[in-house]
Design a protein around this ligand. Structure first.
Ligand SMILES: [Zn+2]
Ligand SMILES: [Zn+2]
Length: 145
């Protein structure tokens, strides 16, 4: 089983890969099936397994927070839920170099001044990535790529 299939099998809710026409990379959706209140959807705009892996790792973390009733999900400020998701995404990519490189590039982009200038509505993502870049985990990730 490859890394991506392994991650899909670990997801606690339905996963829909290659969803057409999404502008975002991936997102947590409520109720793709009646059996589970949570689903993860990953866009077909991601063409490589490592990009799909990285994105799924992020959305999977949101799904786990949601299903576990984590406090971050009820907080209207999105910084904590994004911090949980980006941290888990980075951790899961530590053993998969191409996915780790993709994730580090993604986090660098989201924590840039250009990103927050163009996408002020994503302030929670921006702040979470800034916070993550001050951790030991981030330095360990940079040493691996
Ligand atoms: Zn959480
Ligand atoms: Zn997120």
């Amino acid at each position: 089983m490859n890394n991506l299939d392994k991650l899909i099998s670990q997801c606690p809710c339905p996963v829909k890969m290659d969803a057409p026409g999404l502008f975002c990379f991936g997102y947590l959706k409520r109720g793709l099936t009646p059996q589970c209140p949570t689903s993860v959807v990953v866009s077909d705009q991601l063409t490589t397994n490592y990009a799909k892996f990285s994105t799924l790792a992020h959305e999977l973390a949101h799904a786990k927070c949601w299903l576990a009733g984590c406090k971050c999900m009820s907080n209207p400020n999105h910084t904590n839920r994004e911090y949980h998701a980006f941290k888990s995404q980075l951790e899961r990519c530590m053993g998969y170099k191409r996915a780790l490189r993709f994730t580090v590039t993604h986090i660098n982009r989201i924590s840039s001044t250009a990103f927050i200038r163009d996408m002020p509505q994503y302030k929670g993502h921006y702040t979470a990535c800034k916070r993550l870049k001050r951790t030991k985990l981030w330095r360990q990730a940079l040493a691996l790529i």
